[in-house]
Design a binder for this molecule. Structure first.
Ligand code: HEM
Length: 495
């Protein structure tokens, strides 16, 4: 009898909750049917950003979903993204609170995954000043050149062979960001390099797929394998950054700040000694988390962009030739491209824009969350709703681009080859309060790295292979867009 009562009670609770959610949905943006408890969790396979474009055709460019019990609103057009992230910036500047995020950020002590708060603001400000000091201008350029010279020597030995460059690109990018962050450069067989690369790849997969406990927080008490994996990754990843913080503290000299870690230690000391910052917001955990943000934000993104760029250029030799010829004209053959060459190389810049548009390496940006009860297009959006800006949709909208699936850098130039104002729909770094704080570094870094590679090598698809696969790898359910593994043949361009 009690079992029957329990079952009836549970079924009633589920139905009442479901009905309540449907009533709530009346005032929210429209969306597809959702099931009790699971919502739309298992309704879409493959790449969510593509599925969302289809759903927008039925429900409009702002629509709702339910992931488990969590409300999600998808923004599928430039107008919607601008209205939410820019016009109502603060309302939409939060981040979803998830179990995996909470573990990985050691209780929300980072920048990228933590909610909108005074501590987040402080760390974003420190991030900007650290980047300005150690990863911009001449400073960035000399780090890139050092890293490039190393990899160019390695590439030269592989001339004529079909090779997968992925690990070398990891090394190329890590050595720029890690030397700015904590003054370290790696060899390929370095254990720390291998661990960072492995944890980054694992993290992309786990965070891309998400874990059930993120949408059903009560599952946190079960020994879910993904949660165990996130805990292990957190220990490995931040163990490395903590070691660097400790080593820096041992040799810290306030009159000779060497890198971003020293810059952060100085901010910590200022807080302790002079009360310039809030001490409780500058613990060692915050320091290693900010270093993790610079590493995590600055490496995978640039690596994916470079992997897309080399693939697009190999698939479009005519574009590659134009970039190489432009660099030859602006740079000559005796040195590597420099930041001062950017103005004289509009075709190269346009090619980088086109790679970022077509590759859209962060197709759904990072998820946002509403910080208050708010409205969008007259619909109500309750506090805590997850917001997914579909940047892929903006970058592939035929109404904006005409031929969005064609790789055509010329779309960013006028008939005289001069740059036209950048279309607002090109938004690889997102927009508003949470827009990528690394945008300037990323653009400079990509120009120097890609420019340096194309200046030195021709990349082509191996003979006998058909046209390369230019669709994003589906691993990770669509959180990141990266090319499937591919090989290219390199030829040295003559001096
Ligand atoms: C091609 C390269 C890059 C792309 C396409 C990119 C894209 C993005 C996007 C889409 C976001 C989410 C913005 C949002 O939530 O609305 C983001 C956030 C972020 N990026 Fe980047 N990024 C790149 C490079 C970098 C670099 C080089 C760094 C660091 C040096 C960096 C650090 C960060 C950080 C810390 C955040 C979190 C910001 C916050 O939550 O307030 N990114 N990035």
């Amino acid at each position: 009898m009690w079992l029957m009562t329990l079952t009836v009670g549970l079924v009633t609770l589920v139905l009442v909750t479901w009905l309540r959610d449907y009533v709530k949905r009346w005032r929210m943006p429209p969306g597809p049917f959702f099931w009790p408890i699971i919502g739309n969790l298992f309704s879409f396979g493959g790449q969510f950003f593509l599925t969302f474009i289809d759903l927008a055709k039925t429900y409009g460019d702002v629509f709702s979903l339910k992931l488990g019990m969590t409300d999600v609103v998808v923004l599928n057009s430039l107008d919607a993204v601008k209205e939410a992230l820019v016009k109502k910036g603060v309302d939409f500047a939060g981040r979803p609170k998830t179990l995996s995020g909470d573990i990985f950020t050691e209780g929300g002590k980072d920048i990228a995954l933590t909610d909108y708060s005074p501590t987040w603001k402080l760390h974003r400000k420190l991030f900007h000043s650290a980047i300005r000091g150690y990863a911009s201008g001449e400073n960035l350029q000399s780090k890139v050149h050092e890293s490039l010279e190393d990899v160019i020597a390695e590439f030269s030995k592989m001339e004529g062979r079909a090779v997968d460059l992925e690990d070398y690109i990891y090394k190329l990018v890590y050595n720029v960001i890690c030397s700015a962050a904590f003054g370290v450069r790696y060899n390929m067989d370095d254990e720390e390099f291998k661990t960072l690369m492995k944890v980054s790849k694992d993290a992309a997969e786990v965070f891309g797929q998400g874990t059930l406990a993120d949408v059903y927080p009560s599952l946190r008490y079960l020994p879910l394998p993904t949660i165990t994996a996130v805990k292990k990754m957190t220990r490995e990843f931040f163990g490395i950054f903590q070691r660097h913080v400790e080593q820096h503290k041992e040799t810290f000299d306030p009159s000779n700040l060497r890198d971003i870690t020293d810059h952060m230690i100085k901010a910590q000391k200022d807080a302790e000694e002079e009360g310039i910052h809030d001490v409780t917001a500058l613990t060692d955990t915050h320091l290693r988390q900010t270093i993790g943000d610079i590493f995590g934000g600055g490496t995978d993104t640039t690596i994916m962009t470079l992997r897309w760029a080399i693939l697009f250029l190999a698939a479009h030799p005519e574009v590659q030739e134009k970039v190489a010829a432009e660099l030859d004209g602006a740079v000559g053959r005796d040195r590597l491209p420099e930041l001062s060459d950017r103005e004289a190389t509009p075709y190269t810049e346009a090619t980088i824009h086109e790679v970022m548009r077509m590759g859209s390496i962060a197709p759904l940006s990072l998820p946002h969350a509403t910080t208050v009860d708010t409205t969008l297009r007259g619909y109500q959006i309750p506090k805590g709703t997850w917001i997914m800006p579909n940047l892929w949709a903006l970058h592939h909208d035929p109404a904006t681009w005409g031929d969005p699936d064609v790789f055509r850098p010329e779309r960013f130039l006028d008939e005289n080859g001069k740059p036209i104002p950048k279309p607002a729909a090109l938004m690889p770094f997102s927009a508003g309060r949470r827009a990528c704080p690394g945008e300037a570094v990323a653009k400079a870094d990509t120009f120097l790295l890609l420019g340096g590679l194309v200046h030195n090598f021709r990349f082509r698809i191996p003979e006998g292979e058909g046209p390369p696969d230019l669709t994003p790898d589906v691993k990770g359910g669509g959180a990141g867009s990266q090319p499937s593994p591919y090989k290219v043949v390199m030829t040295c361009r003559k001096k």
